[in-house]
Design a protein around this ligand. Sequence first.
Ligand code: ARG
Length: 454
Amino acid sequence: MADLWGGRFTKQTDDAVFAFNESLSFDKRLYAVDIKGSICHATMLGKQGIISTDEMNSIVEGLKGILNDINEGKLEFDPKCEDIHSFVESNLIKRIGDAGKKLHTGRSRNDQVALDMKIYTREELDAAEELLTSLLKVLLKKMEENTETYMPAFTHLQKAQPTNLAHYIGAYVEMFLRDRDRIKDIKKRLNLCPLGAGALCGTTYPLDRDYVAGLLEFETATFNSMDSVSDRDYLIETLSAYSMIMMHLSRFSEELIIWNSNEYKFVEMDDAFSTGSSIMPQKKNPDIAELVRGKTGRVYGSLMSLLTTMKGLPLAYNKDMQEDKEVAFDAFDTVKDCLRLFAGMFDTITFNKEIMAKSAMKGFTNATDAADYLVKKGIPFRDAHSYIGRLVLLCIQKDCSIEDLSLNELKEICDKFDEEVYDAISLKTCVERRLTKGAPGAVKESIDRYKKLI
Ligand code: ARG
């Protein structure tokens, strides 16, 4: 249906061309923000005397009726319309007649779609921010419950030093706090209203752009009309921030998958968040964590797709930009789902504290502390490192841990060892005495900070 622009044309659009060109099948989800933008545009046209008050009122009423009917399922999207903008406008004209034909005064679909996507993205950012906060609350709760849950921390996926689970989770709290800050930051930069830029060079009608910007809760109108209709930076920033969220969720998922493995058994996933195998009855698979990890690729894909779509575009609007929608919507949905499900999964996970502590005691995670012990006895660190290296070798030969060696055996390697060493290298001491800012012994201070921040 070429109602919007049929005047210049002598032929109907080819069916395949229409199908290729249309966007209603996916931009229909913009209906509420599109109508909101149109209501505010009409209100501004009325205030400026560009349309009469009666016309303004009947447009606003008509639009509210459309919104209501879509919400209640009484009005279906007509697949003969090219996009959501033409669907709403043609429906308005059907309802209120000639006044409806004035809605598009001083406006183009170019500034209209730029506006719709900005409002929609802003709402999505709000939703993601809230979901991040919910996830952060779950993580904080788990931190508080696990300040004395000892476990190994790794480098190169090899046991390195002992820590507590609260400290481990705290690392992810930091990441998700940064993610939330990034979202706040994007919203600030996004918050300029493109409406009134027209097709690309503004308009001769006396629009009040800042007034309509205010109605739509933007800080100000945009400052260059060509940039207004061709800017998708905020969307790329959003997809970039979302990629980062997914990267964090994916890393955390990977940890849980490893911890859930038969070899580690650090965690037990709740039955409600696991699935079984159709052939192997013993299986309980961490599918949610694996799917979150897997879906990370889709969100990265969205970012790459939009960056690539935008890279060769001259000013101002080009139809290529219609390709922003499906990828953005897919990323929006994916990130919301993943944040929600990950939080639910983490909330219901059981930690096998004994196995974690035992694992922390095996694998020489206290080797650094044993070296530090010798340093406190006056031995230079490099020499202490070498003594402990020899101790570790001895332990490997004897298949035991450092604390299993007798004082005589210790003294044979370095005579500075005495009885206190056993306390100095105990798991509890190794964790609790690491009191530097940000270290596991100081995790309660971190928790206090997060309570304020979250
Ligand atoms: N469906 C279009 C999009 O998503 C709306 C803008 C159309 N503008 C145009 N000049 N054809 O980008």
